[in-house]
Write a protein that binds this ligand. Structure first.
Ligand SMILES: [Zn+2]
Length: 233
């Protein structure tokens, strides 16, 4: 097992994880972890006038700039925005990255989403983790199986149905750089019409109040992640 620590976020679209988990990823990177985002699509169909080719290229440049600020390495997979499907073909590509990167923490989309790509991304992260950790899945690469990882689901504005914060990360010291990462994206600067920064900044302020700090990012977990084994209560 590698002695380095690694955290990997699995995003349906470039910008999803920079926005919903970027400050947390940066905090880990500053603490000596490797931080990665697997971008399943670029979100290239999200512009009212630019072609998918033009906007895809723009989103890629924006994500690269944001990830540089966040000290995150992005991995771009070649799937189409709006057409992401939870197939084993896609899951295998993510599973290979899990075996290569050996994350001990994974950040996924929450399953209660209004966006089909986000739903698919949630299931793909889980399926890929199962494939990566099971040594009997031949993924066509000479890599050891992935180690066990804790999975957290990010607080994304489109994934709000049934989202219950469970784990909180104090990101008060990372807010300024997180804002710079937002500003790398046209949509993060508000140019798409949706007030992304306002929503995310407000959410982290509310989560921060909940735990007594200035700003926090919050994550939901599946029931199985809530198991606690203690010698004393
Ligand atoms: Zn998205």
């Amino acid at each position: 097992m590698p002695d380095r620590r690694c955290i990997v976020a699995v995003a349906a679209h470039a910008a999803d994880m920079e926005f919903a988990a970027g400050a947390t990823l940066l905090k880990h990177a500053l603490g000596g972890w490797e931080a990665h985002i697997i971008q399943l699509t670029l979100g290239e169909k999200g512009h009212p006038r630019l072609s998918t080719e033009e906007y895809g290229a723009q989103k890629r440049r924006e994500a690269e700039a944001a990830c540089e600020v966040l000290r995150v390495r992005p991995h771009f997979l070649p799937y189409a925005d709006g057409e992401l499907a939870a197939t084993d073909e896609v899951a295998r590509e993510i599973a290979v990255l899990f075996r290569r990167l050996q994350p001990e923490a994974i950040i996924a989309h929450w399953r209660g989403s209004i966006h089909g790509d986000h739903l698919a991304a949630h299931h793909l992260a889980r399926r890929a983790f199962f494939m990566a950790t099971n040594p009997h899945f031949d993924l066509g690469v000479d890599l050891p199986r992935a180690r066990w990882a804790r999975t957290y689901c990010a607080d994304n504005w489109e994934d709000a149905e049934g989202f219950e914060p469970y784990s909180y990360v104090d990101i008060s010291q990372q807010v300024a750089d997180w804002k710079r990462a937002f500003d790398s994206f046209a949509i993060g600067r508000g140019e798409g019409g949706y007030p992304y920064w306002d929503w995310y900044e407000a959410r982290t302020r509310l989560h921060g109040i909940r735990i007594g700090v200035r700003h926090a990012q919050a994550f939901a977990v599946e029931e199985r992640e809530k198991l606690q084994i203690r010698t004393e209560l």
